[in-house]
Design a protein around this ligand. Sequence first.
Ligand SMILES: C[S@@+](CC[C@H](N)C(=O)[O-])C[C@H]1O[C@@H](n2cnc3c(N)ncnc32)[C@H](O)[C@@H]1O
Length: 340
Amino acid sequence: MTGRGLEVPRARGEEVRRRLVERGWLDPRFEILREGNSLVLPLAADAAVPDDWGVEVERAFPPVPRSGPSDYRELLDWPAEEKRELPRSFDVVGDVVLVRMPPLLEPRRAEIGEALLAFVPGARVVGADRGVHGPERRRTVERIAGTGSFRTRARENGLELEVDLERAYFSPRLAREHERVAADVRPGDRVYDLCCGVGPFAIAIARDGRARAVTAVDANSDAIALLRATLSRYPFADRVTPVEGRIESFVPTAAPRERVILNLPHEGIKYIPSVARTVAPHGRLYYYEVASRAEFEGRLEVVVGALDPGASWAVVDRHVVHPYSPTSDLVAWVVERGGT
Ligand SMILES: C[S@@+](CC[C@H](N)C(=O)[O-])C[C@H]1O[C@@H](n2cnc3c(N)ncnc32)[C@H](O)[C@@H]1O
């Protein structure tokens, strides 16, 4: 695999390797390269390594040889034509494995669950992911192998977040986005994280230490309880104020902030007019929406048109976070308010 690596002098190799492991930034699937007096450590996709740890380079990394199978499907003794129907991908959150089950394979879900449980190192329970539902975006999950609940600790960006995959929204596919927004916060900024879920944006921002204060708001009381549980383990807890409440009641009396996140991808657009008024001059709104690919260009007029018309706005960035369905994407917007 060709990917990002961190080049460090051999003398610092062990110290930097340990720091990368602590943050979950070393990609354990690939070998460390030895080049003269340097080592090149393979980096995980979400690694955001400070400049003074080493020099980022691109390299082809050979995979670490595995003693067992390289794919969970090898553990199932099924005919080849049946194996072709098996899901190729799955998510790992802490010690929980989540897999989307094709309807045809429902009767055989226990076999698939057992194979995943045996394949994923450290897995405790495997759940069939039936998607997120309702205004609080709770996930319906059925246990198909292993034991216990879907409460676990998710590792992302070097943090350990308390999650309960049935009771509050969490997606392991947003780690890069959480890191990206945190990196955009300037010293002294005050932040609203609206629809914060279990708080991955708020916690990453507070950990980075530049924000003066972060207020994290969500309507789901379980999400706020999980956020409080995570904060109780970290020394930066006092920078985050968790608020259990709805945007509709919070925003009308909210004072302006330099950074405002609105992550409610199916219906966030209806809150943009009121939320945009909480963005301070020169401040930024980070807005997420699920948009059909065919509409991508047309959304510019809709989103910019929903912003506070009493101010000038610039679209600083718009990018696809990940595909959402065969015809739509999760799209991130960054818009900045002008100075008056
Ligand atoms: C997509 S999740 C956001 C998750 C989180 N920001 C993250 O990055 O993991 C949307 C969240 O919005 C919350 N929510 C839905 N409607 C709301 C409302 N009107 N006011 C406040 N929170 C709301 C849900 O409870 C859910 O936790």
